[in-house]
Design a protein around this ligand. Structure first.
Ligand SMILES: [Zn+2]
Length: 247
């Protein structure tokens, strides 16, 4: 039994290299932790009243998505985008742009039907096809689903759950689709309270124009845009990192 055999000469420097590498890794980790701590504390103050979920349905659209994403980014908003499968299929690059802009991408069915009027396999196909496509494009399967028109029942909800998604409706309806002005959309949106969800759409200039004033109001109330928890259906502090690289 050899318990104290001397290491061969050629291998002697190896532990030093490992030690140096380990020191570098630790130092990098500490640097990251040191940088993250003040940012986190600042976030706690800024968001002391809690989080709200800003959601935009019915995209992506060649006419509006790029401008919507610019407005969201300029105003420091991460939102949840309920995408329609057949639009995502025609505009894959916009789905990639949504992900790169730090948005959460969710499932809003393939062709926007009244799901409760479809047979079970029709509902399943609407949801599953969208799920597969969005996962193909973004590398992540959505965990949130919103039925078109909010039209749902136990069957729809169960099928969504079976595909790994929580059904999410809304607390505040801005009715931005009905020809409202930006001011009117803001007026509705700012009634949102901590944990609640605001319904808006990807498809209207007035919605995009409303974003700066909505954010100004939220900041004044120490509310921050958050992610929607699939577990509770409430808006919560974001826990994921902004994806900058598409897998
Ligand atoms: Zn819709």
């Amino acid at each position: 039994m050899i318990t104290h055999a001397p290491a061969p000469r050629g291998h002697a420097p190896l532990p030093h290299i490992l030690l140096l590498a380990l020191t570098a890794v630790l130092a990098a980790g500490l640097a990251v932790a040191a940088a993250a701590a003040p940012a986190r504390a600042a976030d706690d103050r800024k968001c002391r009243a809690g989080y709200v979920g800003l959601t935009f349905d019915d995209g992506p659209t060649p006419e509006h998505t790029a401008r919507l994403l610019s407005a969201l980014r300029e105003n420091g908003v991460r939102a949840t985008l309920f995408n329609i499968g057949e639009k995502a299929e025609k505009n894959e690059e916009l789905v990639v742009a949504e992900k790169e802009a730090g948005m959460w991408i969710a499932n809003h069915s393939w062709s926007h039907p009244q799901l409760t009027k479809l047979p079970d396999d029709g509902i399943k196909s609407e949801l599953a096809r969208t799920q597969v496509l969005l996962e193909e494009i973004t590398g992540t399967a959505p965990v949130l689903f919103r039925p078109p028109y909010g039209n749902t029942n136990d069957t729809v909800k169960e099928i969504a759950r079976g595909l790994g998604m929580a059904e999410i409706l809304w607390d505040v309806d801005t009715r931005d689709w009905s020809g409202k002005s930006a001011e009117e959309i803001v007026e509705e949106a700012v009634t949102v309270q901590s944990g609640e969800i605001v319904l808006m759409h990807d498809g209207y200039d007035a919605t995009i124009e409303a974003i700066p004033a909505i954010m100004e109001n939220l900041r004044s109330r120490a509310l921050c845009p958050g992610m929607i928890s699939p577990a509770t259906g409430k808006a919560v502090e974001p826990t994921d990192e902004v994806a900058t690289v598409i897998p």
